[in-house]
Design a protein around this ligand. Structure first.
Ligand code: UDP
Length: 234
């Protein structure tokens, strides 16, 4: 096989992706599958940073009646649960990992320190970032864009439950059309549901390409080898 296209990637896993078919909570089988994929990526010498979402437990913006910042902090805590579950699955497969959280919780994980995170990556450890950006009103997609910029990752691999970006929701509209390639501005102007606009702008300003594809072990590997799967935003 050819050489992988990237030396360092940032994998963004939505909370939903960790929940499997049930849509809520953590599905161990799914988490193990993801861990297998990450292990394979490590085995071909690619450095992997992961940002995990929390939507399988909680989303700040949809928690009616609650103070928004409080709701968002609960969401950030949810991402830490996912980070720990993924760490556990990886360590069971003898993949060295570190979890770093944007909100300090030292008994559970390291606090986020950029230089330390880079060092872990260089030492071939998988770094899992929890608690998003540490700020309410942001998303874990924005955390992914931010950490990708800070880690100087060459690409964001956005593994989702759908196989790419469509002009409308493919679950609702049978005639939805999938894009192979998009610019950041097209995503923002057409309000396409790839990432929120804050995250997309951050990627645009820092020229970080985003590859959106359906989460499978094979797809993660194909994306790392630079195959044109799903939709590429750049
Ligand atoms: N969140 C936040 N700041 C961040 C990242 C996340 O407040 O920097 C909160 C927010 O409430 C969000 C929740 O955590 O709804 C879970 O994250 P997200 O919705 O991005 O998870 P995903 O959709 O990827 O599962």
């Amino acid at each position: 096989m050819d050489k992988p296209k990237y030396k360092r990637v940032l994998l963004k896993l939505s909370g939903e992706a960790l929940a499997g078919d049930r849509g809520i909570g953590i599905n161990n089988e799914v988490v193990n599958e993801i861990a297998v994929a990450i292990k394979k990526v490590r085995e071909i010498g690619v450095e992997v940073a992961v940002v995990v979402g929390g939507g399988n437990f909680w989303r700040g913006r949809t928690s009616e009646g609650m103070d928004r910042t409080t709701a968002d902090y609960i969401g950030m805590l949810a991402t830490v649960m996912n980070a720990m579950a993924l760490q556990d699955a990886l360590e069971n497969m003898d993949v060295a990992t570190r979890v770093q959280t944007a909100i300090e919780m030292r008994q559970i994980a390291e606090p986020y320190i950029r230089r330390k995170a880079v060092r872990h990556l260089e030492k071939e450890r998988v770094v899992i970032f929890g608690a998003g950006t540490g700020n309410p009103y942001f998303s874990t997609d924005t955390a992914a864009a931010l950490r990708a910029a800070e880690m100087e990752s060459e690409v964001i691999l956005l593994a989702k439950n759908v196989d790419g970006v469509y002009d409308k929701d493919p679950k609702v509209h049978a005639d939805a059309i999938k894009f192979d390639q998009l610019t950041y501005l097209e995503v923002i102007q057409r309000e396409l549901k790839v990432m929120d606009s804050t995250a997309t702008s951050l990627c645009m300003d820092n020229q970080i390409p985003i590859k959106v594809f359906k989460l499978t072990t094979e797809n993660i590997l194909r994306a790392v080898y630079g195959e044109n799967i799903g939709t590429t935003v750049e």
